[in-house]
Design a protein around this ligand. Structure first.
Ligand code: ADP
Length: 665
């Protein structure tokens, strides 16, 4: 891996905004956790407080109810006293009866207006001269008398008692006559002891207070109150102010909040710890992901830049991976290859058995590490490929399949083919060069004997002429024209040899204005001779108005000779009536050239022959040299024309060459 991948990847999550929401949520969660115990405590407190208020009210009602019953009894007794039909004994009995209705009443007595006691509930029976009322009680008696209403005195400590109490005065009127007051003395401590239910006293300290909040009586069954839950309630007694104060022995709720707060702290710490751990984990994970992504990009770039095709297969031979280069080689997209089992779409039908065999070997676990084969592109085109196979091993060292790298060797093959052709051309050139040298040598060697033939024929003709001139002509019949022909042909042979010699020496052609007709006439005798031997009739079609061509006469004559000879030879096997060789010329004024066609009705040229027709040394004939057409094409192209061939619609072949018309330049 390159050094760039060793760098620690940048942590993207460092962006604070991304973490804002979770942090806010966690803080909110913590706030709720802390608020919950406080709220629970509050709720419990207010519940307790409400309970206390309700209970206090209930206690007050109980006290009021009991006092009310006593008040009622007092009212009826005072009515009876006022009526005056109670004997002292009966009166005493009624007073005692009143005393027994509630332990909170210590004493009931009838006090006359002058302060003397008329009757009392005391066991002694005999009322004392003075009632012994305290100052507050006396004031209350006076008040009751004046108001003609029953009234409670302010609480006070009565003489002879250490605990505070209060008196209930009921004024007795018989008509308008004031008969004194009926007094019930309540011991306040007993009021609490008797009238407050035990279950309430168990949970609360109950206190009676006077108007200066001085404690009158107190009951604390289960210890002193904590002052946390307290409630004050006036007893609503006419003439006095006594307040009931309840104080719960329960302290503030402790255990639950402590538990809750403790668990909140533990939970918060655990939450923070896990958050930090998560943070660390995520950062490690992101770092790993970043590194992985970088490696992936690197790998993808590497794969995409590869020119070698890669193909992975599992142990069953199913394609599991192909790279872009492979897809390009076979011309199929990856989705058409991945997951495929053989036969693969790129297997060429003609090599199918080879693939099958090799695949069977792969399944058996024997793989040829390197081999050449042919794949078929989606277009049907064949691609020569070189394949390297190697086992694919996973991180545990187990083989999971095969990995193949595939090289497209079309270029290599093409270069090999080119090299081969080049080689062949080189050989041909070498042979041509040798031919050239040979031709040159032959020309040189043949020049002498040809010159000799020429001079001998001229000499023989001269001898004949001289004998004739001397009046003694020699009787040699057709000898003279034969000698003349021999001489002409020897000269022609000399010319040919010279032109070949010059051609081989690559001199510039000697272009002159020549009429096509005269060209044909120059070699007409030779063509006729060949045609006659092969029973071929020769037809020429040269328009009279045909312009002359600009050409090297000897070369073009050779071309014409070659083409006509080929045409005659091609017709050797056809029925004699079809053996017609035509030479036709025409003028293409626009192109300023003359076209000459040599038309035969022979066996024609098959495609495979046509391909190599103009190649040097190519011949289908047992005796052929295969140089004719090659030289002809060179000669015509030398003149700036073209030589082609085409099939004759009537059967056979037409060779067509063009030459520049004279006067075009
Ligand atoms: P050669 O005549 O010595 O074989 P050429 O170069 O003249 O060499 O011709 C090459 C080959 O072309 C011949 O062997 C023959 O097969 C074919 N060929 C040439 N002309 C014709 C033609 N008119 N009709 C059919 N085949 C021809």
């Amino acid at each position: 891996m390159t050094s760039s991948t060793d760098r620690p990847p940048r942590l993207h999550f460092a962006n604070p905004v991304r973490w804002l929401l979770p942090v806010v949520l966690v803080l909110f969660f913590l706030a709720v956790l802390i608020w919950l115990p406080w709220q629970a405590r509050q709720m419990e407190s207010s519940e307790r407080q409400e309970q206390l208020i309700a209970d206090t009210l209930w206690v007050e009602q109980t006290i009021r109810f009991q006092l009310g019953r006593h008040e009622e009894a007092m009212r009826s007794l005072s009515g009876e006293i006022a009526a005056g039909h109670l004997s002292p004994k009966q009166l005493h009995a009624r007073l005692v009866q009143l005393l027994q209705t509630g332990h909170e009443i210590r004493r009931v007595m009838w006090v006359l207006p002058d302060g003397a006691m008329a009757a009392t509930s005391d066991a002694a029976g005999a009322p004392s001269a003075q009632a012994g009322l305290g100052p507050h009680s006396l004031a209350a008696a006076d008040h009751a008398r004046r108001a003609r209403k029953p009234i409670y005195s302010q609480p006070e400590i009565l003489p002879g008692s250490s605990k505070p109490g209060l008196d209930y005065h009921y004024p007795i009127y018989s008509g308008e006559r004031y008969l004194g007051t009926l007094v019930a003395h309540y011991a306040l401590a007993t009021v609490l002891d008797e009238l407050v239910p035990w279950w309430f006293a168990q949970d609360n300290q109950i206190t009676l207070l006077d108007r200066d909040d001085k404690v009158l009586a107190r009951r604390s069954a289960a210890g002193a109150g904590h002052g946390v839950y307290t409630h004050k309630r006036g007893l609503d007694l006419p003439g006095t102010t006594v307040t009931l104060l309840t104080d719960s022995v329960k302290s503030e709720p402790r255990l639950l909040p402590n538990l809750l707060v403790g668990s909140v702290i533990v939970l918060s710490l655990a939450l923070l710890w896990s958050l930090l751990a998560l943070w660390g984990h995520i950062s490690r994970r992101l770092a790993a992901e970043g590194a992985l992504r970088q490696q992936m990009t690197f790998r993808t770039a590497m794969e995409n830049s590869l020119v070698t095709g890669l193909r992975a297969r599992d142990l069953e031979g199913r394609v599991t991976y192909v790279n872009p280069a492979f897809c390009q080689i076979v011309g199929y997209p990856p989705e058409e290859l991945i997951g495929k089992l053989p036969p693969m779409p790129y297997w060429a039908p003609e090599v199918m058995s080879e693939y099958q065999h090799r695949f069977a070997e792969v399944l058996a676990g024997n793989v040829t590490p390197q081999f050449e084969t042919i794949f078929q592109r989606s277009t049907g085109e064949r691609v020569p490929v070189l394949i390297f196979e190697a086992p694919l091993v996973d991180n545990k060292g187990q083989q999971t399949g095969w990995m193949g790298s595939i090289l497209d060797i079309s270029d290599r093959k093409r270069i090999e083919e080119l090299n081969r052709q080049q080689e062949q051309k080189l050989q041909t050139s070498a042979r041509l060069a040798t031919m050239g040298e040979l031709a040159s040598m032959l020309a040189h060697e043949l020049n002498q004997p040809l010159a000799a033939i020429s001079s001998y024929t001229t000499g023989a003709l001269n001898v004949m002429q001289r004998a004739e001139d001397a009046g003694q002509p020699l009787d040699c019949g057709l000898l003279r024209p034969a000698l003349q022909q021999a001489g002409a042909q020897a000269q022609r042979a000399g010319q040919i040899i010279r032109s070949v010699h010059q051609f081989v020496k690559k001199r510039a052609p000697e272009r002159r204005e020549v009429a096509v007709q005269s060209l044909l006439e120059g070699i007409g005798a030779l063509i006729e001779l060949q045609a006659r031997q092969s029973y071929v009739s020769l037809q020429t079609d040269i328009p009279a108005a045909l312009p002359p061509v600009l050409a090297d006469r000897v070369m073009i004559e050779q071309v014409l000779l070659n083409l006509t000879r080929n045409g005659i030879e091609a017709m050797a096997q056809v029925p004699p009536e079809r053996r017609v060789l035509r030479v036709r010329a025409s003028h293409d004024a626009a192109a300023a050239q003359v076209t000459v066609e040599v038309i035969d009705q022979g066996h024609g040229i098959p495609d495979d022959v046509a391909e190599r027709l103009f190649a040097p040394f190519f011949s289908t004939k047992a005796e052929g040299m295969g140089m004719g057409l090659s030289i002809c094409r060179t000669a015509i192209e030398f003149h700036g024309g073209t030589l082609i061939h085409k099939a004759n619609p009537a059967g056979g072949t037409i060779f067509v060459f063009t030459l520049p018309a004279a006067g075009a330049h």
